[in-house]
Design a protein around this ligand. Structure first.
Ligand code: SAH
Length: 239
């Protein structure tokens, strides 16, 4: 093939590919905005920053390609190893009740896809997130790095024990269900800090519970019923 012709075909291909990808990015953006209006704002989330961030973070990039078309429906989706990326409304709700400030340092237990960590990273200064399944931890760490999140640190470990090195945290979010709040996490929460956890002993539903640390003790507030995958590891050893 003549070099000129080859160049022409190559250039046309590049133009078509970038036009198609720009078009699909636009489609996702529109769908994301519609989801924010209908499923997030529509169900009572009021925090402006939370609404802005759910409208910004590309959830479709946190699931496998074959699921991208469903990323802006208000449902959890599989992320491998029997785990799920949470429902967007629940991510928004858990983020809202923590009443985060831009200067906060937040610990997440249950990195999963990294989506919740990205949402947090858009709002606060530093995010520390722990995942007990190595494959998921590695995938999420790479994904967050590739997307340019510099204020998120991912660790492969049992989140039951928290992340002592960076404690105390202004807020802690546990995105797997447990029948009690791990004591090391209570210890690593700063005085006046907030912790949110799906609390309960059944696999079908739990009570999303907000805990505020006051004079070393926790004040508990029940928010709503949710269905999370169970926290595994140390938390399951009796008690
Ligand atoms: N926040 C995630 C979804 C969480 S799904 C997201 O935005 O995609 C719950 C995750 O918690 C799973 O990935 C599961 O492997 C993890 N997990 C379960 N027990 C854990 C533990 N003890 N420590 C850390 N992660 C845990």
């Amino acid at each position: 093939m003549a070099p000129k012709k080859f160049l022409y075909i190559l250039l046309s291909a590049i133009i078509v590919i970038s036009a198609v990808s720009a078009y699909s990015e636009d489609i996702y953006k529109n769908r994301r905005q519609m989801m924010v209006e209908k499923d997030i704002k529509g169900r009572g989330i009021r925090d402006k920053k939370v609404l802005e961030v759910i409208g910004k973070v590309p959830r479709h990039l946190f699931v496998d390609e074959y699921l991208r078309g469903r990323a802006y429906e208000d449902y959890p989706l599989p992320i491998g190893e029997g785990q799920t990326i949470s429902q967007p409304y629940v991510v928004a709700l858990m983020t809202e009740v923590l009443r985060l400030r831009p200067t906060d340092k937040v610990l997440e237990v249950g990195t999963g896809s990294g989506y919740q960590a990205a949402v947090l990273a858009e709002i606060v200064k530093d995010v520390y997130t722990i995942e007990i399944r190595r494959g998921l931890a590695e995938k999420a760490e790479k994904r967050l790095k590739d997307m340019g999140y510099k204020n998120v640190k991912v660790k492969y470990a049992d989140g039951y024990f928290g992340w002592e090195e960076y404690a105390p945290f202004d807020a802690i979010i546990i995105t797997a269900s447990a029948n009690h709040i791990p004591p090391p996490l209570i210890k690593q929460l700063r005085e006046g800090g907030r912790l949110i956890i799906p609390l309960g002993s059944t696999v079908y539903y739990q009570t999303l519970t907000l805990a505020t640390k006051t004079k070393g003790e926790l004040d508990l507030e029940q928010i709503t019923s949710v269905a999370f995958v169970p926290m595994v590891g140390e938390v399951q050893k009796g008690r």
